[in-house]
Design a protein around this ligand. Sequence first.
Ligand code: SF4
Length: 358
Amino acid sequence: MASVQQRAQYSGDIASALLAYYGRNARDLPWRSPPGTPPPDPYQVWLSEVMLQQTTVAAVIGYFENFTRRWPDFASLAAAEDADVMAAWAGLGYYSRVRNLLKCARAVVSDHGGALPRTAAGLAKLPGIGPYTAAAIAAIAFNERAAVVDANVERVVARLFAIETPLPAAKVEIRAATDAITPARRPGDFAQAMMDLGASLCSVRNPQCLICPLQADCAAQKAGMAETLPRKAAKKAKPDRAGTAWWIERDDHVWLVRRPDRGMLGGMRGLPDDRWNARADGDSQPPFAADWKAVAGEVVHVFTHFRLTLRLAATAAPIDENSLPPGEWWPLKSLDSAGLPTLFSKAAKLAVRASRKV
Ligand code: SF4
């Protein structure tokens, strides 16, 4: 691995080579401004960075465009109905993000006069903004020299400095090395250039070292070990959980509930279920006694910490409304507008398909 002195010596070379490459190859994304131009709207930088947490660029673009069309600034988002924003987020996953998004927009309006704090330290005090997101917003929107380390940058830096310590232990070392090569000039462009390099030439399995602008400064490339880095500690297997969702149908409507604010898929609409969670299977107890029929098939959904196999049981028997869990009848023909998260959207499709076959 290169010493700190060596890093400092060629950090300027890395930044200038990378910024020149970025000038020719920057990805054209709706939340970015072109290389070398004034920073983009901080609201859009914040929104995109929250959406991009653990989510791909391709998945985010449509959501970003819809959000900025409906809520173009902090004031409009802060004033929006929670249910509308949650429904617009449906399918993007990691739903605590959207609850924090609303909290953050409201805090910006009520406590900061409608504008984001301009430093990473100030940003990190807001809901839903961790150290990475704070650094990214500060660098990209406000040109603060902050070390921005996402998974792509982690890979590029581990290779540039041939850091062989396995992740996650290597994170501190990688962050220090990123800090050492981040320039005072155009730190936002530098951060985005690093992200782009990791998303393109410096890919996980097949790094394109021969055409990489950092080839001359890359220790892993010189040592012939690029594709072996970063090393990763063995992952624990995800536990399997099982649960049941209840499909209650009447007159071309299905009964939907709103999930408790805390917990998995908190605050989102969903089918009633048997209280499965990350630590335990569901209890298989339906919400009321009825002629429940198992629906053929199952939905397998992978969450961050576990894998859920969700089965469905359905009833269309006459229902005593008083026995239903709190919720609402939703027309089957407009289920797409219910804002169901992916798990329940897949389950609903299974139930609708099964009922058509009957
Ligand atoms: Fe990645 Fe290869 Fe470029 Fe090094 S030379 S940064 S390993 S693509």
